[in-house]
Design a protein around this ligand. Structure first.
Ligand code: CAA
Length: 248
């Protein structure tokens, strides 16, 4: 069987990079998409992916642009085949308390973190249902479950992602397509390292395992949910947060 085609948005980011590696090791052909403007990071990513040169490629994309998403999916399908796996890992923060939040800080986060999920899913879902196989994994956040000071925008988008996940999971369940969320806690990524050190240290002190997560600990779960034999897990949210938020 030819390799299944996977798209990872935010593919050169802290979590996205590890997700690309895991999917490539599992025999997927991976298209990492991310902003073209991150030129330095694109070069680093290519170096890091040297051992997967045959199975990981980079394509520039702004997930907030509906038409650009359509064109990218069409091009990937033409060049490589229909997309079977979509991991929505593109995400940004614009942290500030609500009383100071500018409309742009609200809109930017919602456009990338939530609308980006719509933009990508909208263009892959028909091909997945036609194949009778698809795996969509949305990277949400523990802060979508608990809320976080300074993150009304981000927490709303991340909670919204899981609502989207459950609704789409119902729509495509009979067609071999699963849709799940993974909710990472605080991990060793540039996004988390940008939180002021004193605040970050307080957060780490509240994590039962006593440390930040490693990006590969998220990637492993994404890989698991993307597997061919993970077809009975759908509409689920898998928390990977070191015990920072436990619920039943
Ligand atoms: N809880 C309670 N009070 C807090 C607080 C908190 N967590 N953080 C700040 N405050 C207090 C301050 O002490 C200050 O009090 P005073 O007014 O009495 O001095 C006041 O609230 C500050 O309020 P501001 O309106 O000035 O807040 P701000 O706009 O400067 O924002 C912040 C502060 C930048 C949001 C800062 O609190 C912060 O960085 N918090 C961490 C946010 C965070 O965890 N982001 C996660 C990013 S990583 C990620 O998102 C990945 C993932 O999925 C996990």
């Amino acid at each position: 069987m030819s390799k299944r085609i996977a798209i990872v948005t935010g593919g050169i980011g802290g979590l996205g990079t590890e997700i690309c590696k895991y999917l490539a090791r599992s025999g997927r052909f991976v298209v990492a998409v991310d902003l073209a403007s991150r030129t330095e990071r694109v070069e680093q990513f290519r170096t890091e992916m040297a051992e997967f040169a045959d199975s990981v490629v980079f394509e520039p994309l702004n997930v907030a642009d509906f038409q650009a998403c359509a064109e990218l999916v069409e091009r990937i399908t033409r060049q490589h085949g229909p997309v079977s796996i979509l991991v929505n890992a593109a995400g940004i923060t614009r942290d500030t308390s609500l009383r100071k939040m500018a409309p742009e800080q609200w809109i930017d986060v919602l456009k990338v973190n939530l609308e980006g999920v719509f933009n990508m899913c909208r263009h892959v879902v028909d091909a997945m249902t036609a194949q009778g196989f698809g795996r969509i994994v949305n990277i949400s956040s523990v802060n979508g479950q608990t809320g976080q000071f300074g993150q009304t925008n981000y927490s709303a988008a991340k909670a919204g992602m899981h609502g989207f996940t459950m609704a789409l999971a119902r729509e495509v369940a009979r067609k071999g397509v699963t849709v799940n969320s993974v909710s990472p806690g605080y991990c060793k990524t540039a996004m988390v390292m940008a939180v002021p050190e004193d605040i970050r240290n307080q957060i780490v002190a509240d994590i039962p395992v006593g440390r930040l997560g490693e990006p590969h600990e998220i990637a492993r779960v994404v890989d698991f949910l993307s597997a061919d034999d993970a077809g009975f897990i759908t509409g689920a949210n898998i928390p990977v947060n070191g015990g920072y938020f436990m619920n039943y």
